[in-house]
Design a protein around this ligand. Structure first.
Ligand code: TRP
Length: 366
């Protein structure tokens, strides 16, 4: 185990829409805590625009518009450019070079077995017309991670197959070319409800196209409206009916967001979430009361994020400057790894004086 201070964090998000509370509990909240712990040597957070283009190639404007949204969401959540390098994937061309070399280390059948890619292909109805760039994005994601020698990757559970694939690439690279790359570890949220937050409609996944997300940039009113309209237990018709908390997104959100002190502040009749759930299950507790409590909790969490975001929105050119500086820092780190990679792969012809001398000797005796 490396000492904490040797650890490097890297993670990112596709800019296909503003970030929602699923991103927040699944990874963002964790990242900010890791950043503020001061225990990490470097932190890289990036906006995966090139990966977003792998299934939005015909809509570059959407990706372009959402880069700034994601950057503002990051800053709103408390990512601090003085502590974390925030950058844009496409601007680091070293990542393309690294992906190209990694493609030699991965088979088509291995990619076909990646469960995340499998379900994503189904979701997008690509069937037989899968873009090669989309199919190979796990390889490019391995490049994202390893170019920065990341040891820790805080992501949601759906990214586990990507991390497994990255580790395989690292092991194969190091085995063939010598110890060069670092094997990354996934950092999952420790609270089960945060692994995958359902949509407000109770569907398993939050997605922009389903219209079932609460965004970090939503106004207080929008959040309240969305909570008021949330799906609950459809059999819980009257207040006195017993209700189900499993598969009831109102309770899943409480599992993800509620802290003991929220009861003191907003619902002092109950000592904790377990008691609230027990009452709901017994019957006699109405949805409106639970939703009101959830709204109070969510507003408390989201308000400071929204306010900080608003502050940053006042100077957009400064956000682009911040991203540009982040890209410069990131490029430097990736370039250093690429130097090592080229040396290991024996494609560093011009700085290999030994090679040149050896070839010269060979020909001088002919
Ligand atoms: N695939 C990730 C997502 O959809 C985004 C991503 C791209 C990423 N490259 C990465 C995450 C590298 C962590 C590390 O959210």
């Amino acid at each position: 185990m490396k000492p904490e201070k040797e650890k490097i964090i890297l993670t990112g998000d596709r800019p296909t829409g503003p970030l929602h509370i699923g991103h927040y509990v699944g990874s963002l909240r964790n990242r900010v805590a890791l950043q503020n712990s001061g225990l990490y040597r470097k932190i890289f957070i990036f906006i995966a625009d090139a990966q977003a283009l792998t299934d939005n190639m015909d809509n570059p404007e959407k990706v372009r518009q959402n880069v700034i949204e994601v950057a503002l969401d990051y800053l709103g959540c408390g990512l601090d450019p003085a502590q974390s390098t925030i950058f844009i994937q496409s601007q680091i061309t070293e990542l393309c070079e690294l992906s190209f070399y990694y493609m030699d280390l991965v088979t088509v059948s291995r990619l076909q077995r990646n469960p995340t890619v499998k379900t994503e292909i189904q979701m997008r109805n690509f069937e037989t017309s899968i873009p090669v760039g989309f199919f190979t994005y796990p390889i490019s994601q391995a490049a994202d991670i390893t170019a920065f020698k990341a040891t820790q990757v805080p992501v949601g559970e759906d990214q586990e197959p990507m991390l497994e694939q990255a580790r395989e690439i690292v092991r194969r690279f190091n085995y063939i070319y010598g110890e060069t790359l670092v094997e990354p570890e996934i950092l999952l949220p420790d609270n089960a409800a945060c692994l995958r937050l359902p949509g407000t409609d109770g569907k398993a996944k939050m997605s922009k196209s389903l219209g079932n997300c609460i965004y970090l940039s939503d106004s207080a009113d929008e959040v309240q409206q969305k909570i008021r309209g949330m799906y609950t237990d459809p059999d819980h018709l009257r207040v006195q009916d017993p209700g189900k908390v499993e598969g009831n997104p109102v309770f899943t959100y409480l599992d993800a967001f509620c802290q003991p002190e929220h009861f003191d502040r907003y619902l002092p009749d109950y000592p904790n979430l377990d008691e609230l759930k027990a009452h709901y299950q017994r019957g006699g507790l109405g949805d409106v009361k639970v939703k009101k409590f959830l709204n109070a909790v969510m507003q408390e969490v989201l308000e400071p994020i929204r306010n900080r975001r608003k502050e940053y929105e006042r100077d957009i050119p400064a956000i682009y400057d911040m991203l540009k500086a982040g890209c410069d820092t990131a490029r430097e780190a990736a370039a250093a790894t690429l130097d090592e990679v080229r040396r290991a792969m024996k494609i560093n012809y011009f700085d290999d004086t030994e090679l040149i001398a050896e070839q010269a000797r060979k020909y001088s005796t002919k």
